[in-house]
Design a protein around this ligand. Structure first.
Ligand code: TYM
Length: 382
């Protein structure tokens, strides 16, 4: 149990995001940049994404630069990813929702990496066959988010390694073990594959540039746990003649049980809501596990109202209810004691169930489209 934030930690407890900005050396996503994103969205007849509006996307690296390049006609591509260790859950979808929004606003390509190698190397019990099977399953969830299939390339590391490896070793040659230990906390007990892995996560930052034979800016949306990889990448790529990748960081969707990062491992795993969960299961998990900011008795609650700052049903609504007025009304009614904790939980269920059902429908349809998006060694002509 830790509030230390790195790619493989079980993150529990309150995360101090302002502190992470300082610690990781990122920049706060400020008013000017948010206004810029909003004005670009308006040009496409879209509105600012609520996850940006509400500060759930809170930090960045070089976003200003990448938008300035875009203005000059130097279009960027988007890159993000998934480690295939299990089923996709609602937390994973958070960065992907904004990735889709960015793809729609800027009309750009998305390169989506699925790291079956990473999860095989870091999970002692996971076989490579299982991680690869999960990678193919997860790829369907990726497409179900609604990315434009014509502008989206999905690749699974072990099936695209022939293309990736020559770039990975160039990066690996610039990364010594002292740095890797300092950044990722590796010890002598880690296998050497785990130590090498970060170079595979760096590769997609430059892969489209290598293929095109010219430098193309890269923007990576992700939750802040993945940042260590890109701190290393940003140090190395200029030494190889490439741009540093830009980044956009989001907070974690907390577990229903309280603050931290929702995850399929760790102590709060039973309360994790998966994209495949049916309405009955969702209701059961929310009613059983969602930490309540309500008072102990109905009388007390009616008199003093609930605390939305700790109430997980309310916190989750800030991620999944896009309508600001609706959210504010729920907040007022809960804090005034008009809305009881059970009723607030039911509102959350009624909000996320349609999202899951829509995802499940699109996931079924994705089986047809996946062939066009999944790129592999030898079967790919650029
Ligand atoms: P993975 O599979 O752990 O997570 C996939 C994406 O989901 C984010 N994430 C969350 N976001 C909000 N709330 C949560 N509770 C939550 N849990 C996970 C992660 O930050 C990530 O963006 N090594 C990566 C795979 C990867 C990747 C990338 C991720 C390869 N290339 C480029 C981001 C960008 C991994 O295991 O992600």
């Amino acid at each position: 149990m830790t509030t230390k934030v790195d790619p493989w930690a079980d993150i529990q407890g309150k995360v101090d995001y302002d502190k992470l900005i300082k610690e990781f050396g990122t920049e706060k996503l400020d008013k000017h940049l948010i206004e810029r994103l909003e004005s670009d969205a308006k040009k496409k007849g879209m509105t600012l994404h609520h996850l940006i509006r509400r500060g759930i996307f809170f930090s960045h690296r070089d976003l200003k630069w990448i938008l300035a390049e875009y203005d000059k006609g130097n279009k960027f591509f988007l890159y993000t990813g998934r480690g295939s260790s299990g089923e996709v859950h609602l937390g994973h979808i958070v960065p992907w929702m904004v990735t889709k929004w960015l793809q729609d606003v800027y009309g750009v390509e998305l390169w989506f990496q699925i790291t079956d190698d990473e999860k095989f190397l870091f999970k002692p019990e996971l076989t490579l066959e299982e991680s690869n099977r999960l990678a193919h399953e997860n790829a369907l969830d990726v497409l179900a988010v609604g990315f434009d299939p014509k502008r989206t390339k999905v690749f699974i590391d072990t099936e695209f390694a022939g293309t990736m490896y020559p770039i990975a070793i160039r990066i690996a040659k610039k990364l010594n073990f002292t740095t890797a230990k300092a950044v990722f906390g590796f010890t002598n007990e880690h296998n050497v594959g785990a130590i090498f892995y970060t170079t595979m996560q760096s590769v997609p930052c430059v892969l489209p540039s290598v293929i095109a034979g010219r430098n193309i800016p890269c923007l990576i949306p992700y939750a802040i746990d993945q940042d260590a990889h890109f701190r290393v990448t940003r140090d190395i790529l200029p030494k190889l003649g490439y741009y540093k990748p830009a980044a956009l960081h989001c907070r974690f969707l907390p577990p229903l049980t309280g603050p931290g990062k929702m995850s399929t491992t760790g102590s709060a795993k039973d309360s994790t809501i998966f994209m495949s969960d049916d309405p009955k299961t969702v209701r059961k998990k929310v009613m059983k596990y969602a930490f309540s900011g309500g008072k102990d008795t109905v009388e007390e609650h009616r008199k003093h109202g609930g605390d939305t700052t700790v109430d997980m049903a309310f916190q989750w609504l800030t991620y999944f209810e896009p309508d600001d007025e609706k959210l504010l009304d729920i907040k007022r009614r809960y804090e005034a004691g008009d809305l009881l904790s059970g009723e607030l939980k039911q509102i959350l269920v009624d909000t996320i169930v349609p999202i899951l059902l829509e995802h499940q429908k699109r996931r079924g349809e994705a089986r047809k489209a996946i062939g066009d998006c999944l790129i592999k060694d030898n079967k790919w002509n650029g």
